[in-house]
Design a protein around this ligand. Structure first.
Ligand code: AYL
Length: 530
């Protein structure tokens, strides 16, 4: 078995921590140098590829340049870019030096750029052209002068190609990484999704990440050709980059997600493994031309980030019977995944706890640990979990209790087999005349209508009833459904207090955060303004 249950705590197996590495950067550089011929990345559009030797060469040159700028242990290097063949270079180069990598959302506006800039004050920022304007404006307003290196051109910046030039061959060959005095140093700062307030900096340590990579190696994924779509800003992309290097796989570098391109790339490059956000999975499941392509190479779809409705999972299994479509559950603060389905998992569950993870359910009122089939807040501990929010001990104390349990804010339970089910996010619960409504319950009903592509239910404040639930819906192309039909579906399937008293609002497309979650914050604002 991969886990056990002890005193109502689900405990994943623990992987050995007998590694010689304290530095994530050293692990990466050694792996790249020891396996020079492995093709590390292949661009799905151009077909251009990079061997581990190519990546090591560019990354060492980048590290030498960073060193000249005074970057060393503990300094922050921000990266604000979509995925392309060079995005990975500063990512590993900064880690070689013991510096901290901090991915930014390259589609940020000036306000968000100012927040990132003042919170972390990076010395160097690697950016794409899309984000250049926002971050240069933000730097000006905040009187900060980070050195900006551009993947492309922008006034006042240094071009990425320039910084790789003019390095001495022997300096490149002799470059080495130092081990760290303490593996609890921060390697990565990721921003929280900011569903309440501005994003916070989530610090993940060298030791935690090294341990995770070593554990993951034991799963032996080295024959896989993985692909994903999210930028480094999303934890899955940052971790998958590290994993694909440490397990010597070739990652297929995809452009922005769409169903057709995905199928074309799978067919052309024989992709075996894809990580999809839940909304991508919803779209993929309903793509009418899946059968026009040879997708026989594909063996796994890994889906996470938000609840995956059963409808979509069943559709995927029906459409692609040779593919394991698996749901996984994770949280950035916990350093990635905490549970995942396997082949024989119950549909609708998030599977069982993974390696190096402990999970328990606590009663919302008493804080007592609950047993199987009892719903409460999910709390977890992992060996990769954050060491804390950057410069925010108060917020850290608010989420990690004195015994080291991180309170996820997710409501859920586990069944007799130890499979985890998410009921909803605590913060998303809607209140109607004192009754609690879990939006997910209403969404599940609505999602079963064949014309419903995506749906999200939020509360509109009401002067006497607390809140009324309203459903925002986007439709499947060429299919029709009326608000009345949907309101009736809910009325005839759920308790009276769940009725869509706020109505149904159709949108061509639901707003998403860049990590692919439906943006309930935006929907709540829209609902208020209706
Ligand atoms: P964050 N079902 C329901 N809710 C989910 C699920 C799921 N399968 N997965 C994530 N969530 C929600 O930090 C849940 O509310 O991380 C949780 O607290 O953006 C919140 O999302 C955390 O949001 C990977 C692949 C990590 C995925 C992830 C998870 C990233 C989401 C590493 O390799």
């Amino acid at each position: 078995p991969s886990f056990r249950i002890e005193n109502n705590v689900l405990k994943g197996n623990v992987s050995p921590s007998d590694t010689k590495y304290t530095s994530l950067g050293k692990l990466l550089l050694d792996t790249l140098r020891d396996n020079p011929d492995i093709i590390g990345q292949r661009d799905a559009i151009t077909g251009t590829e990079d061997s581990f030797a190519d990546i090591a060469d560019r990354a060492v040159k980048c590290a030498l340049w960073l060193q000249k700028q005074g970057i060393g242990k503990g300094d922050i290097v921000a990266i604000s870019s979509h995925n392309h063949l060079d995005t990975i270079i500063p990512f590993v180069a900064a880690l070689f030096l013991g510096a901290i990598v901090n991915p930014w959302d390259y589609e940020m506006n000036i306000q968000l750029a100012r927040h990132f800039m003042t919170l972390v004050q990076p010395k160097v920022i690697f950016a794409n052209e899309v984000s250049a304007n926002a971050l240069m404006e933000a730097a000006k307003i905040e009187f900060l002068q980070p050195k900006v290196v551009l993947f492309g051109d922008y006034p006042g910046t240094t071009s990425f190609t320039e910084i790789l030039k003019g390095h001495d061959n022997s300096a490149v060959a002799n470059f080495s990484c130092k081990e760290l005095d303490d593996s609890s140093h921060t390697a990565l700062i990721l921003f929280s999704s900011g569903t309440t307030g501005m994003p916070k900096g989530i610090q993940l340590s060298h030791g935690g990440l090294v341990h995770m990579l070593k554990g993951q190696q034991s799963l032996n994924l080295s024959t896989e050709l993985p692909m994903w779509f999210s930028s480094l800003y999303w934890i899955s992309a940052s971790l998958l980059i590290l994993m694909s290097i440490s397990s010597c796989t070739t990652r297929i570098l995809a452009p922005a997600f769409d169903e057709k391109t995905t199928c074309e790339i799978v067919e052309k490059f024989k992709v075996t493994w894809i990580m999809l956000s839940t909304s991508m999975a919803n779209r993929f499941a309903r793509f009418s031309r899946l059968h026009d392509y040879d997708l026989s190479s594909l063996n796994t779809l890994f889906i996470g980030g938000a609840p995956l409705n059963q409808e979509s999972q069943d559709l995927l299994r029906k459409q692609l019977p040779h593919v394991s479509s698996l749901q996984a559950y994770g949280m950035t603060e916990l350093g990635g995944l905490i549970s995942a389905q396997t082949e024989d998992s119950t549909s609708g569950s998030c599977g069982v706890v993974i390696l190096n993870t402990e999970l328990k359910i606590v009663d919302l009122e008493t804080g007592k640990t609950l047993g199987a089939n009892q719903t409460g807040e999910i709390c977890a501990k992992t060996s990769t979990m954050m060491t804390g929010y950057y410069k925010n001990p108060e917020a850290t104390k608010g989420i990690i209790d004195k015994d080291g349990w991180l309170h996820t804010g997710d409501l859920g339970y586990y069944n007799d087999k130890g499979e985890i089910f998410i009921v909803d996010r605590l913060k998303e619960l809607i209140k109607y005349q004192g009754h609690q409504i879990t939006p997910n319950e209403i969404e599940t009903i609505l999602q079963s209508h064949p014309a419903v592509l995506e749906v999200a239910v939020v509360g509109i404040p009401h002067p006497t009833d607390d809140e009324h639930p309203i459903a925002f819906v986007s439709k499947v192309n060429d299919k029709e459904v009326t608000a009345e039909e949907l309101i009736n579906m809910v009325a005839s399937n759920l308790m009276d207090h769940c009725k869509l008293r706020g109505g149904v609002k159709f949108l061509p497309k639901l707003p998403h955060t860049h990590s692919g979650k439906i943006s309930r914050k935006e929907l709540r604002a829209m609902a208020k303004a209706l």
